[in-house]
Design a protein around this ligand. Structure first.
Ligand SMILES: [Zn+2]
Length: 255
């Protein structure tokens, strides 16, 4: 019963994340006005605003103007509902669940905004660092020093890479947004997780990059932002980090 509640809560939060995704890059209020169709500006009635379900019932079209509704809405709602459920089954009804759900929700918003606009809003990543540090004081998943170390290592390492890259190639390779994002990830997950997140996101980013280059013949560095890979690496680290490290140590026994 509680599990069902976590799915419904996740879908509702996902609906709110969609509002953040649309309005944060334009620096609009995320509270007022109420939801409206981006095409015809008509307000969306509460019965047309049920996560995922309304999209299916309306067959992906606005009730007023009939223009297609972006797939972003049901996808974000679905992914957020799934994340909420997975975290709830892991942590149960606890503060840890809320803490990590807030973390994953922030990563979802960052991923979609970075894909659409190639920016990572400071209004998420900077308060996120504070929430991560605070969590280490309240919860027992990390020591405060580990969380602070994660922030410094995460932000510092990418800052160093970005500076060296800029110095070598005289152009910006990685944005300040990525630096702050990895700082936030470090504050939530600790310094060891930063290393694993960098490894996983570089690995996945390279694979996708090669795939895009082969399929489209593009220089992917300019086609794909890095934020979504950092976010994906962080989520994999959160869920499977310990299993990956254990597997690594096991398979390298005796070396
Ligand atoms: Zn409309």
């Amino acid at each position: 019963m509680l599990e069902l509640f976590s799915v419904i809560l996740g879908a509702l939060i996902g609906s709110f994340l969609n509002v953040c995704i649309c309005r944060l890059p334009r620096e609009e209020s995320i509270v007022t006005p109420g939801s409206h169709c981006p095409q015809c500006k008509n307000p969306i009635r509460f019965y047309d605003n049920i996560p995922v379900l309304s999209y299916v019932l309306l067959r992906g079209k606005c009730r007023h103007c009939g223009k297609p509704i972006s797939m972003q809405y049901p996808v974000v709602e679905g992914v957020t509902a799934l994340s909420s459920w997975v975290l709830f089954t892991t942590y149960g009804p606890s503060l840890s669940y809320l803490f990590f759900f807030a973390f994953v929700a922030a990563l979802i918003v960052i991923t979609v905004i970075d894909l659409q606009h190639q920016i990572i809003p400071d209004v998420i990543s900077i308060p996120g660092m504070g929430v991560g540090l605070l969590g280490s004081l309240i919860l027992s998943h990390l020591s405060f020093l580990n969380s602070l170390g994660g922030l410094v290592l995460g932000g510092g390492s990418l800052f160093l890479v970005a500076t060296i890259y800029q110095w070598l190639f005289k152009r910006e390779g990685m944005g300040g947004g990525d630096v702050k994002l990895l700082g936030m990830i470090g504050a939530f997950l600790g310094w060891k997780a930063v290393i694993l997140t960098i490894l996983l996101s570089s690995l996945i980013g390279s694979l996708i990059g090669i795939l895009v280059m082969v399929l489209k013949g593009k220089d992917f560095k300019y086609a794909i932002p890095f934020g979504p890979f950092l976010s994906l690496g962080a989520v994999l680290t959160l869920f499977y980090g310990e299993a990956i490290i254990r597997w690594y140590l096991y398979s390298h026994r005796g070396f």
